[in-house]
Design a protein around this ligand. Sequence first.
Ligand code: FAD
Ligand code: FES
Length: 333
Amino acid sequence: MSFQVTVLPGGHQIGAEAEETLLEAALRQGVLLPYGCRDGACGACKGKVLAGQIEQGTVSALSAEESVSGHALFCRARAKSDVTIECRQVSLAGAPPVKTLPARIERLERLAPDVIELGLRLPASEQFDFLAGQYIDILLKDGGRRSFSLAQAPGEPGLLSLHIRHVPGGVFTDQVFGSLKVRDILRINGPHGSFFLREASTKPIILVAGGTGFAPIKSIVEHAIRRNLQRPLHLYWGARSRVDLYLPDLPRAWAEAGHLSYVPVLSQPQVVDDWQGRTGWVHAAVLADFPDLAAYQVYACGAPAMVDAARRDFVAAGLPDAEFFVDAFLFSR
Ligand SMILES: Cc1cc2nc3c(=O)[nH]c(=O)nc-3n(C[C@H](O)[C@H](O)[C@H](O)COP(=O)(O)OP(=O)(O)OC[C@H]3O[C@@H](n4cnc5c(N)ncnc54)[C@H](O)[C@@H]3O)c2cc1C
Ligand code: FES
């Protein structure tokens, strides 16, 4: 059975099969709604059901009050009748096609004690497009999936690069730091996500990375440099200690070449770090430098707590909600 879905603002009409989520239906028909985890956990796909019936699957990022007031998470919602939904940032960006492909490990390089760069080679016959900032899923043998952001600009030939932080006891990252080796074959699915550079805007950009949240930010910066983007870029990279800024020379080189301003921020600098730079929370450093964010666009990526605090405090500092783009590094349920 299939239902008609009207997406506001814009009034785009799409069809939704009873067994697919509203997000899947929209993406399949080229309507790009905001989304992140596709697991009901990050809240990125939250919107309102203005008319009609949906079935909201199991989610954690929707309160009882929000449910009662007609809000829904479209990544886990299915139509039960024709519906009209509303969500922010609807775009017809022509998202690159999602593909499932084998990928051969070609590089396993330790960038920090708990960060490895995984280089994946796709079949030569396959073209794989993505938008700067998007992520892929690694498909596990048990049917699970694990999400990792692409750490290079789109359109570069060669390897797909991922920056993987070790989660001790984690099913997949334990393998990355233990048993996986060069020439092993993984399966990937992607690209995914609505965290990507909005190129139509002329606003100056603030980029906020926490830990391996640097990966999609690197993709956006390298894309902006390649496209000779004329908008001012301000990069803040937060980490615990100096060793966690695992590619220290790269952002410094971008800054020296005049592409952006760069501020590294450590939350727990060690004595051996001999750190003379900024300390504390990375989003607090942004606010100290930019107390009025009304005229900016912000891209923030990293741990959910950092992203949530940034949203709360940046919006209070005047940042329009629609100019705040996030990727929260949640983990699979
Ligand atoms: C859109 C998206 C993009 C992401 N991009 C990146 C990236 O570029 N680089 C990167 O390093 N990570 C990234 N992550 C996080 C990454 O997906 C998880 O760390 C990873 O799935 C852990 O897999 P695992 O099998 O090792 O752990 P699991 O077996 O899934 O988890 C084991 C246990 O560890 C805990 N855990 C798992 N992951 C985390 C975490 N991230 N933080 C805190 N505790 C955790 C949980 O308690 C969990 O039950 C991203 C997540 C999302 C949603
Ligand atoms: S809650 Fe729907 S994409 Fe994360």
